[in-house]
Design a binder for this molecule. Structure first.
Ligand SMILES: [Zn+2]
Ligand SMILES: [Zn+2]
Length: 209
């Protein structure tokens, strides 16, 4: 598994989509991801390559009995860091485990108003994909926005910049993972379920299940 990288064009300068100030690297409790923060405390992430569905579908059946006695935080750190289990960790679960470990308070969705490549203002434009919002700057950099994530092809490679989810979204995602859906459950190891259940983001009615 390869850690996340920034495209060359963004390595020297990357602008905050919310306020247009410079984004700089920050400490990240997911050792495979990159965390970027601006002076206005807007925080964004670059995730490593998305694991394959057949790999994450093996997570629940991994025999990891030693985790039973570990504290939830240690379990979360183990799943995020360990190179043998991490390729089997669903990307959304990885984001949730990092969010739980970092324990920040995030109240709102970010604005995507500035181009990460040049810092110029972004304006919406018509494009054929109804599932995303097309955004473009005056320098012709075209981005697509969907679900707290802005993405663009840079030198032929898809680059995704994720915003930190607001607490409300984190709680909704945790509730969905705890519903015992057969399709999701193959991805959810019992030890990870325990981390979700013990987090302050876990909705009360999900914790009762
Ligand atoms: Zn900002
Ligand atoms: Zn631009």
């Amino acid at each position: 598994m390869q850690a996340a990288t920034l495209p060359e064009q963004l390595q020297s300068k990357c602008y905050c989509p919310s306020c247009g100030k410079l984004l700089v690297s920050a400490r990240c409790l997911d050792p495979w991801a990159i965390s970027l923060v601006c002076l206005g405390s807007h925080r964004f992430f670059v995730m490593p390559e998305t694991p394959l569905a057949w790999q994450t579908a093996m997570a629940a059946s991994l025999p990891l009995p030693h985790l039973d006695s570990w504290a939830p935080q240690d379990v979360a750190s183990f799943w995020l860091a360990d190179p043998t289990v991490r390729p089997m960790l669903n990307e959304q679960l990885a984001q949730l485990l990092r969010t739980i470990l970092e324990a920040r308070q995030v109240s709102d969705n970010p604005n995507f108003s500035f181009c990460p490549l040049c810092g110029g203002p972004l304006a919406e434009y018509e494009q054929p994909d109804i599932w995303v919002r097309g955004l473009r700057c005056l320098n012709g950099h075209s981005w697509a926005e969907r679900g707290g994530c802005i993405y663009c092809k840079i030198d032929g490679v898809l680059f995704r910049l994720h915003a930190e989810d607001p607490d409300k979204t984190t709680s909704q995602l945790i509730a969905a993972w705890l519903k015992r859906h057969p399709h999701l459950d193959t991805n959810l190891h019992e030890s990870v379920r325990r981390v979700l259940l013990s987090s302050r983001f876990c909705p009360a009615d999900s914790a009762d299940r």
